[in-house]
Design a protein around this ligand. Sequence first.
Ligand code: NI
Length: 189
Amino acid sequence: MSVRPILSIGHPVLRQPAAAVAGDEVGSVPVQSLIDDLIETMRHANGAGLAANQIGEPVRIVVMEVGDNPRYPYKPILPLTVAINPVITPLDDETVEINEGCLSVPLRGNVRRHVNIQVDYLDRDGFAHHEIKRGLTAGTWQHEVDHLDGVLITDRADPASLATWAEFEAHHRDAFIERITAFVDRVGS
Ligand code: NI
């Protein structure tokens, strides 16, 4: 396992749609060691998620985990999840504007996300999952799957909301946390 460099916006691999992992490759040493590297790199950077193309591997694998995260203190707990070939299907038209950051982008911005989604994916043991995700957890899934399609938060964010982390902390953090805490209390995740 190793901490890998995280690519920044402007690197072409971040814009390249990632390729599906063949079912019989899931258990292979290269795929399993890539998953280990993604987990270690995400944790080292205090990220809530990381997509394989962010470390230069254009394949459809994402990892997500939220514990007590200093980057995102308002996010509900999300146990370590490895998703291979994830597919998201919105369940209805409800959306919420979430202020998001990204390990590949030095800005935060408000992105509108579906609140209720279905996710279909394989875990690292090759088992198929079909689950419902809601709220900020659903937002995290949408952010990570966007990466696999070559989409970054700067593409989706309200342009006027873009801010550096320091300016977000100074001017927008309190209002966002108040709004999103009320949302999490209502939605439960
Ligand atoms: Ni990201």
